[in-house]
Design a protein around this ligand. Structure first.
Ligand SMILES: NC(=O)c1ccc[n+]([C@@H]2O[C@H](COP(=O)([O-])OP(=O)(O)OC[C@H]3O[C@@H](n4cnc5c(N)ncnc54)[C@H](OP(=O)(O)O)[C@@H]3O)[C@@H](O)[C@H]2O)c1
Length: 253
């Protein structure tokens, strides 16, 4: 049985990935494993897409959730065609104002859970499969007032490149999807809106549907990084060549 695992499938980009995977791989995926905390929303996404889905209502910051996925893989003997590590959140504000719990929760979900789930899934992957890690343009250079968030995404970019190198020998690709701002629940969860950030108010938006389709294609074609929109592709180059001290007055949120 071939499966696709998508985390954070209950809303936003994750829900778009479910549709994009269905449209691209319809014939080859026997079951979709959809993971997030909100069970009803996951069921709704599965219903809407008419797919054979297994719903995992899990909080990925809980280590028992990673054990549950590992056990499900062992019990089903499934082959994982693709893993999309999409669950994630950020908080806007100065580091000391955000507070310890949210600062820790960001690295628990955006970093530690990705380490965990990727570790338990790789043994079930074969040549031709891939991992798509949802990163961000926040990974290209530090973003003051989103210090922990941008650092978790910089980790994901580095993790993707290094793991991709390691897994080449197995024929498994690893790709980072780097969206710019998208109008999803991410923004209210982060506390972004109503003029809370001039940067976010002025930055061009990325369409989540287009992002899902194009980044999925890039991962399947063996690419390492996908960035949407010319504006952000240019920013990625700038962030590579300019000292980050020069970039930060611009990238501050
Ligand atoms: N929107 C943007 O501007 C933007 C820009 C760059 C990168 N991104 C990245 O894109 C990815 C998707 O975000 P989005 O924009 O689609 O926002 P979203 O609609 O808020 O989606 C976040 C997803 O993560 C899940 N999630 C949150 N906490 C979780 C937990 N503890 N355990 C399991 N799942 C959890 C949520 O589901 P439940 O609440 O049901 O658990 C939801 O499905 C994230 O990694 C984000 O960092 C977003």
């Amino acid at each position: 049985m071939k499966i696709a695992i998508i985390t954070g499938a209950s809303s936003g980009l994750g829900a778009e990935y479910v549709e994009a995977v269905k449209n691209r791989f319809n014939d080859t995926i026997d079951e979709y494993w959809l993971i997030a905390r909100r069970e009803e929303r996951l069921k709704e996404v599965a219903r809407k897409n008419g797919i054979n889905a297994r719903i995992f209502p899990l909080d990925l910051t809980d280590k028992n959730s990673i054990s549950a996925i590992k056990q499900a893989l062992t019990d089903s003997n499934a082959e994982v065609k693709l893993l999309i590590n999409n669950s994630g959140f950020g908080k806007l504000g100065y580091f000391e104002d955000i507070g310890a719990l949210d600062n820790m929760a960001m690295s628990d979900l955006n970093v530690t859970a990705v380490n965990g789930i990727t570790s338990v899934v790789i043994p079930s992957m074969k040549k031709g499969s891939f991992i798509l890690n949802v990163c961000s343009i926040a990974s290209f250079a530090p973003n003051p007032r989103m210090t922990v968030y941008c650092s978790t995404k910089a980790y994901i970019l580095s993790f993707t490149k290094s793991l991709r190198y390691e897994l080449k020998r197995k024929g498994i690709n690893v790709c980072a999807a780097c969206p710019g701002p998208m109008d999803t629940e991410f923004l209210p969860v982060a506390g972004i809106g109503d003029g809370s950030s001039k940067t976010f108010d002025t930055l061009p938006r990325v369409n989540p549907k287009t992002m899902a389709i194009k980044s999925l294609k890039a991962a399947d074609k063996g690419k390492c990084v996908y960035t949407a929109r010319l504006f952000y592709k240019f920013y990625r180059i700038l962030a590579k060549i300019l000292p980050h001290n020069l970039i930060m007055p611009m990238s501050k949120t």
